[in-house]
Design a binder for this molecule. Structure first.
Ligand code: GLU
Length: 513
């Protein structure tokens, strides 16, 4: 066991878009594999054809690519030695294992109809018991443990529908060792005889999952906490199939919780609380309903991945910002917490802001230029780079740049009404006039020079500089807030600033008279 090459898998079912909890599972698998120099696989678990959703598989692949956490083998990423990686395509290989379990007496055929199962459920519930198909209830049902051998044979030969169920022992402790939770002990009386295989030749999740993990030589199963209740069953399957010595180690990851900590973060929370719970936008193929995604909201994939990594794991120090390579070298399952991780939408924005600031002005310019071109903006690249330097301090997202800094490229169309209401009066208007005239005469139009001239003009007109600072900003940008005022003035340049002051005087004077 010790000498096996580490191999882990992400095994989603294509039943809808991948939730961010699923992306985190994929990420932890990826980080663990890379750290150990092992392999990360993608397997599509599509045995439940009733829950199949068109487009879901392509979505999963695209989401992993966007995040930059690409498997080395798997659907959409190239075949390795264990192809195919879609369970529906592996269908022929499961029957033999169901038969092996039948032969060893660890599984049995059951022929109960839907109505018979329903009747049993009612009967058990009326008696105050659980309705599970288990060591007790199986004795009064139609299966190969209760029916005479020749009747079983005859039913099978006549092609009657059946399922194969695992025969859970009546009185046994099943122990699962979890790398995050330690020993988890479940009594077999709490377990039920789960269906493993159906007469249409399709395995259920449980059988397919175990067979695939075994045949794909998976060494560690890292998955969400919602699968912990299935783990004892999986342990028994490994035992009954004779694979205990190569059974993977389990690690069940903590749940992602709603921002208030009350319950699991659900698909519905996102749009209700105003943040995405999906990596990419998703359009439901049936209802056409659109759920928002981090990519479309303007998140950088590295910021998104960094944020996700810290939902349930922490580093040895207090560091919060990690590149993917740093995450790989820092990651360990020992520092994954048992307790659920509260999702914090504000912190998520903070991560993007940090990554925005980490990008160089040149990089951001490159990313922004397509939007500027689409708006028909004509500006020199050097000018855009300088505008970006000022704008990026104020935003969390690239897609806010235009609303934060369009005034670098066009004159304002309106002026912040609050500021105007509060600050525009005869004396401030007089000041703006004076300032415009002073600026016209200023030869060296730098931040430093314009600022001292601004102060001197305020003094000269007998108005407090603090009284007119924001008004001046509104006159040239339209906005009440923004980057360092005089740097903005320097970048806009003398002609533009003077022109804008003149325009403001005309427009605002007209409004007030
Ligand atoms: N197909 C399961 C899912 O959708 C995989 C569980 C596991 O990793 O074993 O999450």
């Amino acid at each position: 066991m010790e000498n096996r090459r580490v191999r882990v898998r992400f095994a989603p079912s294509p039943t809808g878009p991948l939730h961010i909890g699923g992306v985190r599972t994929a990420l932890y698998n990826y980080l663990f594999a890379k750290k150990q120099g092992g392999d990360f696989l993608l397997r599509i678990e599509d045995t439940d054809q009733d829950r199949f959703v068109p487009g879901a598989e392509a979505y999963i692949i695209e989401a992993l690519k966007w995040c930059g956490i690409c498997p080395v083998e798997g659907v959409g990423f190239g075949d390795g030695p264990h192809a195919p990686y879609r369970q529906s395509e592996r269908k022929p290989m499961y029957r033999a294992y169901a038969e092996q379990l039948l032969k060893s007496g660890n599984a049995y055929y059951a022929f109960d109809t839907k109505d018979e199962l329903e009747e049993m459920r009612k009967r058990m519930e009326a008696g105050g018991g659980t309705s599970a198909y288990n060591a007790i209830t199986r004795q009064s049902m139609k299966n190969s443990l209760t029916l005479p051998e020749d009747e079983v044979k005859q039913r099978l030969e006549s092609g009657q529908a059946y399922v194969v169920r695992i025969k859970i022992p009546r009185n046994e402790e099943v122990r699962v060792q979890d790398l995050i939770r330690g020993w988890v002990v479940v009594h077999s009386s709490q377990m039920d005889d789960k269906v493993l295989f159906k007469s249409d030749g399709m395995p259920t999740y449980h059988l397919a999952n175990i067979v695939d993990d075994y045949t794909m030589q998976i060494t560690h199963v890292i998955r969400g906490e919602e699968w912990l209740p299935s783990a004892p069953l999986h342990v028994l399957l490994y035992r009954y199939l004779g694979w205990e010595s190569v059974m993977p180690q389990f690690a069940h990851l903590p749940l992602l919780l709603k921002p208030d900590g009350n319950g699991k973060l659900s698909k519905r929370d996102g749009d209700r609380l105003g943040f995405p719970v999906f990596p990419l936008e998703w359009r439901d193929p049936v209802t056409k309903e659109v759920s928002s995604g981090y990519r479309e909201r303007g998140y950088f994939p590295d910021a998104f991945v960094n944020m996700l990594a810290l939902l349930g794991w922490h580093s040895s120090g207090n560091q919060e910002l990690f590149t993917l390579e740093e995450l790989v070298s820092e990651f360990s399952l020992e520092r994954v917490s048992k307790a659920g991780a509260k999702f914090d939408p504000e912190k998520t924005k903070w991560f993007n802001q940090q990554y925005l600031r980490k990008r160089t002005d040149e990089e951001l310019t490159e990313l922004w230029i397509p939007e500027l071109n689409a708006k028909g903006v004509k500006a020199e690249r050097g000018y855009i780079v300088k505008a970006v330097r000022l704008i990026k301090e104020k935003g969390n997202f690239l897609n806010e740049f235009w609303s934060l800094g369009s005034y670098f490229f066009e004159r304002p169309e309106k002026y912040d009404p609050e500021v105007i209401k509060k600050r525009w009066n005869d004396s401030s208007m007089g000041f703006i006039k004076e300032l415009k005239e002073a600026f016209e005469k200023l030869e060296v139009f730098t931040a430093l020079e314009t600022e001292s001239l601004f102060k001197a003009t305020a003094e000269k007109t007998g108005i407090g500089a603090g009284q007119v600072m924001q008004l001046f900003r509104v006159c040239i940008s339209g906005l009440a807030g923004g980057p360092a005022l005089f740097e903005m003035v320097e970048l806009l340049g003398k002609q533009e600033v003077v022109g804008r002051l003149e325009m403001a005087l005309n427009q605002l004077e007209r409004k007030h008279s």
